[in-house]
Design a protein around this ligand. Structure first.
Ligand code: UT7
Length: 325
């Protein structure tokens, strides 16, 4: 059984920047409030590109980084909660645009944990030998899901896409531990309704609006606990200490969440990579964008061990231990 390694990373964000000052022209807020409560300074907001456009661009860049061609790809998984359409899937749209005609393709819904869930699926397919090269993309245009009059949510999110290509490792390095968790009893913490039930048998109109709503403080506590528990589980199961870990890349939602998780797991903050000041929370895309930035800046060398941790609506969470190949 061969482990899956990360063979390439890619990311793409829309050009258009929206700063905290720009947000204060829309809702009653300030750069001071947003930056001090969340760490976010600006986010990218699409002026026309949809989720499949961002996903495609991230996929192209991941392919280039891996040295593979579209025809080498066996499977495309796109994690998203903001697809262009329920059908066709974003993954099928990307497959067509890449010309990855050999690939199977599907979307996956695990909110901000989506890339971790996608990597877990891909890793398992590779370990069984069913597939060789798998493109996993986390892509979102959350800007279309926001209530732009609700200052408690609209300042937090942004648009973007991050991608990884997983392939079999010949060195024994790669993904050695995966943990996925879900807790449906907390489903009301973060919600984004889909189409309301509507048919000739239903009399009353459902006026539920299709925007993100959130119990911010509950999500905050869940996130700190999840990150801490996942890190401890990875370290314990793999008989490692935090000294053995080069970087921890968590879902980028809030600087204070990561700070509190660092404190409760007793790991120095400088091991936690952060870029949420520039992109805000791009849901399934954050971890892929962060990984790609780190790879491009030569921050990760062969043999470095990374823990990736996601958490999000569902509630869902997950962690992956990767040894860079
Ligand atoms: O992928 C997961 C996505 N979700 C998250 O990561 C959310 C996690 N939670 C959080 O990050 C924090 O709970 C928030 C940043 C959302 C909120 O921070 P908080 O410290 O929990 O603030 P709060 O909800 O307790 O609100 C404090 C005050 C309230 O005013 P009053 O009632 O004290 O007068 C809010 O109305 O801050 C007000 N407020 C704002 N003020 C200026 C809420 N949003 C804003 C805003 N600008 N954007």
């Amino acid at each position: 059984m061969k482990r899956a390694k990360i063979a390439g990373t890619g990311s793409y964000v829309p050009l258009n920047r929206m700063t905290n000052d720009d947000m204060s022209n829309l809702v009653e807020t300030s750069d001071e409030w947003i930056a001090s409560r969340t760490g976010i300074r600006e986010r990218r907001i699409s002026t026309g590109e949809n989720t499949s456009d961002l996903a495609y661009e991230a996929g192209v860049r991941a392919l280039q980084a891996s040295g593979l061609t579209a025809m080498d790809i066996d499977l495309i998984i796109c994690a998203t909660i903001s697809p262009d359409s329920f059908m066709p899937s974003v993954a099928c749209m990307v497959q067509e645009r890449l010309g990855a005609t050999r690939a199977a393709a599907f979307d996956l819904s695990a909110a901000c944990s989506g890339l971790i869930y996608g990597m877990a699926c891909a890793s398992s397919f590779i370990e069984t030998g069913m597939y060789q090269n798998i493109l996993v993309i986390g892509a979102e245009t959350l800007s279309k899901t926001l209530d732009w009059t609700d200052r408690s949510t609209c300042v937090l999110f942004g648009d973007g896409a991050g991608a990884v290509i997983l392939s079999p490792s010949d060195t024994g390095k790669g993904i050695s531990f995966i943990q996925l968790l879900s807790d449906g009893s907390k489903q009301d913490y973060l919600c984004l309704p889909a189409m309301p039930l509507r048919n000739p048998l239903i009399q009353e109109e459902n006026s539920q609006s299709q925007v993100i709503t959130m119990k911010g403080q509950e999500v905050f506590k869940f996130a700190v606990r999840s990150i801490t528990d996942h890190i401890n589980t990875v370290l314990k199961n793999m008989e490692l200490s935090s000294v053995d870990i080069k970087y921890i890349i968590t879902h980028q939602a809030n600087y204070r969440i990561i700070e509190q998780a660092a404190k409760s797991s007793k790991i120095p903050m400088d091991k936690f990579y952060m870029n949420l000041d520039r992109y805000g929370n791009t849901s399934a895309a954050t971890i892929g964008i962060a990984l790609d930035e780190m790879a491009q800046n030569d921050m990760i060398q062969s043999g470095d061990k990374l823990i990736l941790v996601g958490f999000g609506g569902g509630m869902t969470s997950g962690a992956v231990l990767v040894e860079w190949d």
